[in-house]
Design a protein around this ligand. Sequence first.
Ligand SMILES: [Zn+2]
Length: 124
Amino acid sequence: MTHVRVNVQEIRQRLQRERDETLTNIARLREGMTYDLETSPEEGDPDVWEREKIASLIRSLENKLSEIDRALRMTERGDYGLCERCGEPIDPARLKVMPTATLCLKCKQELERQAAAARTPSWE
Ligand SMILES: [Zn+2]
């Protein structure tokens, strides 16, 4: 097991910066959406498409925001860098690339396999 410690202080700064950026992006997208929300669009209106796209963008940014918040809470509690599922330390190299990671690579891959197995019919 690796004993490399992640620099939590540095990670917190990164997370906070990313949080600010994400909030700004959400606010900007929301602003762009509001001005023509009053008009009830006809079906097939290209604007509906555009708004759907922006809405899903906002949703994914909000997801990202809650991931950032979760990681920030973990840095406060002092269990940042530990896998939420098995409790083993997450590879610091992985945290460097993805500071919001709350699962180790092994658990993530396992969960992804399970999710994929649930989606597709089993071959066995
Ligand atoms: Zn794990």
